[in-house]
Design a protein around this ligand. Sequence first.
Ligand code: NFE
Ligand code: MG
Length: 615
Amino acid sequence: MSENNTTQQVTEETVQATEQESKKTVSASGGKKHIIVDPITRIEGHLRIEAIIDENNKIVDAYSSSTMFRGIETILKGRDPRDAGLLAMRICGVCTGTHYQRSIEAVEDAFKITIPKNARIVRNLIQGALYVHDHLVHFYHLHALDFVDVLSALKADPEKTAQEAVKWAKVAGHKPYTSAAADFQAVIDRITKFAKQGRLGIFGNGYWGNKHYKLTPEQNLIGVTHYLKALDIQRDLAKMQAIFGGKNPHPQSIVVGGVTCVQDIKNPARIALFKELLKEGMAFVKGAYLPDVYMAGTAYADEATDKDATYKGVGGTGGGLLSYMSYGDFRLDDTGFYNAKTLFPSGLVLEGDISKAFDVDPEKITEDVTHAWYQGDKPLHPYEGQTIPEYTGLEKKSDGYAYLKTDEKYSWIKSPRYDGKPVEVGPLARMVVGYVRGDERIKKYVGNFLKRSGLPITVLFSTVGRTAARAIETELMGDAMMEWVDELAKNAAGGDLSTWTEFDFDAVAADTKGMGLAEAPRGSLGHWVKIKDGKIINYQAVVPSTWNAGPRDAKGQLGAYEASLIGTKVANPEEPLEIIRTIHSFDPCIACAVHVLDTKGKELAVYKVDPNCTF
Ligand code: NFE
Ligand code: MG
């Protein structure tokens, strides 16, 4: 069967399965229940979770499956390596600039190029702006409604809400972003109007009223108010990426050897605009995002410390593997890509043991396809990696529904392993690794959070902790960017306008290879490229959501999502809010982990848009 047919078949079959599951999500056999959530919404891409719960509604087994195929690596073969970045970033529409940078860095590593200072800072600024934007959008628009009950907010008292907002901003050590009762009343009026018309729009599909929602009506109103405000704020944060990146998504100013935006570096007005947008965005991060995370974290703290709900007896609900990895990122000096000191240190913290961190050895990275829909019989290092689809389908059972064949292959995502072990990547991993490494800046920000919330560090090993770590990282990143933008302005004002390092393509491109290993908002991202006679002969990207969302491996070791669900109690299996909340805490991007592509341009699906639709 050709790759095209395989892709098409799985797309059709997946749609059928999704339609079935939307009618039926829970089936029972032998005292155990089988919950299927497919697709998990409010993420990028398509993800399916199958969980088995016991008679006490506790998850005893879980499977994570991507239902879409990725093929970008295949089309990069035979291309000029200098073009790879522009193509590779089409892997995703969210963390686009990250794939762009990692791809270009892989080629720069192959050519042994060190980029100029201006290029390093500009790349950090484009990337840092992406982190702040991505984390903020994730918290409010992709995750907050797992904590915030929108309909409960309508019962709130606006005066009390204002007092509550002031209180949590104080806990966070910042000025409240919204503190006027009239602003909160205006949101009640707006949502009430929608609710009365039976048109909740973006708020239409929640499990409102589920007893697992723990915020007070006033706290829920703060959450909804900031959800709406964040829609405006994220627009300005997106603009920041375009100042030096040329456009967003998919910036275009980064090239092998440096950056092309010399006019923007030269122009103080462009730098000043970047700084102004950052200042405004950070006022919201500090006055709304952080206080809201303290507020939700406190309300849900009992879950974050519930040892009964853990996979390994440490941390709380959603903790999972407790093994964390960071490749390190954001170079702070110009000593070279793998020598420079970085804002996020690289390292591994294993099995929840925060007494030591280990160095990352890129040789120990492999991908296993035992349970992934690809050909292959042993784990391969990315330089030797293969992407040959082998789709074996779902199993229709006697009840008429399709299930993952969990003993065989069950996902389009591969299983990356470090030294044969599964690890979690992402903001939590970066904060834990940085903390254990003794990084002063990270210790300060994490320490402040723990002090202000009055919680121990192990509270971070949980769903709530993962969400808190992302907020801590956002504040740290915004503050660091303020320093970098000044550094760039000073460097340019001092007369250094160099943006590109010249290199001899033909001398090296005959036979070379390189890797770009650094971080993306969701975690460790590596691109590996092999070049021969001036062309790419092999390309592999191992992305954050592959590390986190991958299935079991040959040894049966669970992936990070799978492990995070074990032990969690699901209050109402018909409304698997707890499953969704924990999976959302990783900020899944399945577009990154897989990528739908038909190299012959064959039609995969047809979508009809109704121009008269009024919602
Ligand atoms: Ni598609 Fe990505 C990030 C990368 S995901 S968003 O962050 O790389 O795994
Ligand atoms: Mg890959």
